[in-house]
Design a protein around this ligand. Structure first.
Ligand code: SF4
Ligand code: SF4
Length: 458
């Protein structure tokens, strides 16, 4: 058999050379993309691998030696088998990948709400007399300088001032999430108006838009922020439109430095504006609607977004979208206008990937992210971060940190290279494990936080 193969050695040499060119070409392409993304470690690794992996192919093509035939067969078999194993669409079912919460959460329990209640006030006394175990925990963040304080470790005057500016504008938007509905109701066709709202939102800058029926467990039980603190939440709208927007990758990669809070507040503002526009538009057509924007929610945006088909909730407790991972901000519009809902997409591959990855847990400066498997919390199998220690770090650093988001392998830019890897992660159990190993090799197990862009660091 070996003799027969050797008769066709020239053809095999050429095939191997083409395979070698393809493999090294892909790595070279990855290197170029990495340079564009300013990922210099990844560019270096790509370049080195492109050269090293090309050596056996070009050697077999150029030189004659004794075991050339055998080596060619081994090389071709290894490549064929690896391709088969890596891309075989083997997807074992993930246990309880999608579960519905059985009880409502209370917004008064969120860290933002607890941060806003002033000591010695009635709300403060009432909250901690009902939750005495939380007072000592919360006193830890109260001892710190606080978000955007000049005394915090990440203080940077320009980026903090920008974040303050963004928050001031959001503050001005909070009271207009609701409004009067036009008396004249325009007849609409669900499919057409759904398409209109989705396309318009994307034209306005949204990354993804999905629609679900509004469920009880989407809603908080009570308001925990603003003038309506303590008020029981009632929202009878039939539908919820979840809208996500991308956060700039270069800004996120500086986390936990100043630009992260500048970017997160910017995108809260941008997505809030889109949600307000959609809500106003719907009321103009004669149907009730309410926008749910930063600081004025009646519901839990990631839960709505998951049911609207925008992604899955991963280890760090944030929505993981298929193309941008957790690098998004979300707003929601609830409404009664007739709409077509989205199917919940199977994104259980993200649950499996989070199970092995744990990169966010490794880099978290406050050790707030669990390294363990999902646990049953309120009847739902999920990961829960330690919100108190996370928020205490925010109050020390001054920013909303975002290190977990910055290092997440799903957060890489939305381009052909990373989308190919995301496709492999989604479709193959083995590829997921390989992709994690490669992510560590190309970007590091604990990637460093980037320096501030020069236009900010003045
Ligand atoms: S960093 Fe890894 S473990 Fe953490 S959310 Fe992203 S994929 Fe999941
Ligand atoms: S935001 Fe920072 S402190 Fe909070 S969980 Fe993520 S990495 Fe940890």
């Amino acid at each position: 058999m070996l003799n027969q193969i050797l008769l066709h050695q020239n053809i095999i040499d050429t095939i191997l050379l083409i395979v070698g060119i393809i493999i090294s070409g892909v790595l070279f392409y990855a290197g170029v993309i990495s340079i564009i993304e300013k990922e210099y470690r990844a560019a270096k690794v790509s370049g080195i691998l492109a050269v090293i992996l090309f050596i056996p192919f070009i050697a077999i093509y150029l030189y004659d030696f004794q075991i050339k035939g055998l080596l060619s067969i081994i090389l071709l078999s290894v490549i064929g088998l690896s391709g088969l194993i890596l891309f075989l669409p083997y997807r074992p079912k993930i246990k309880a990948a999608f579960q519905k919460p059985t009880k409502k959460h209370d917004e008064r329990d969120t860290m933002f709400s607890r941060n806003e209640i002033e000591p010695t006030t009635e709300n403060y006394n009432s909250y901690y007399s009902n939750n005495p175990e939380k007072e000592a925990l919360d006193n830890k963040f109260r001892e710190k300088p606080g978000l955007l304080s000049p005394e915090t470790s990440m203080y940077h005057h320009l980026s903090y001032a920008s974040a303050h500016a963004n928050l001031e504008v959001i503050e001005a938007l909070k009271p207009i999430v609701n409004g009067s509905v036009d008396e004249k109701k325009v007849e609409v066709e669900a499919s057409k108006i759904t398409n209109y709202i989705k396309t318009w939102s994307k034209n306005l800058g949204a990354h993804s838009v999905g629609i679900t029926e509004l469920k009880d467990y989407h809603l908080y039980s009570h308001k925990g922020r603003g003038d309506l603190y303590d008020k029981e939440i009632k929202n009878n709208h039939k539908y919820a439109i979840a809208i996500s927007i991308e956060m700039d990758n270069d800004m996120v990669l500086t986390a936990p430095k100043g630009p992260i809070i500048m970017e997160s507040t910017q995108q809260y503002l941008n997505i809030g504006t889109i949600a307000l526009q959609v809500a106003y538009f719907i009321r103009k057509l004669g149907y009730a609607s309410r926008a749910h924007i930063d600081g004025n929610y009646e519901l839990i945006c990631p839960l709505v977004a998951r049911d609207a088909g925008l992604g899955e909730i991963g280890r760090m407790g944030l929505l993981m979208t298929p193309k941008l991972g957790p690098r998004v901000r979300i707003a929601v519009v609830t409404t009664d206008i007739p709409l077509e809902t989205n199917k919940v997409k199977d994104f259980s591959s993200a649950i499996d990937f989070c199970g092995i990855c744990k990169k966010c847990a490794e880099v978290c400066p406050s050790r707030s992210i669990s390294f363990n498997d999902r646990e049953k919390i309120d009847d739902v199998l999920r990961w829960k971060i330690n919100s108190e220690s996370c928020f205490t770090y925010w109050s020390t650093a001054g920013t909303d940190c975002g290190r977990c988001m910055a290092v997440c392998p799903y957060s890489h830019p939305n381009n052909s290279l990373h989308n190919f890897i995301r496709w492999g992660i989604k479709n193959s159990y083995v590829f997921r494990r390989f992709a994690l190993y490669m992510d560590d090799l190309f970007y590091g197990r604990k990637p460093k936080s980037r320096n501030l862009p020069s236009w900010i660091d003045v």
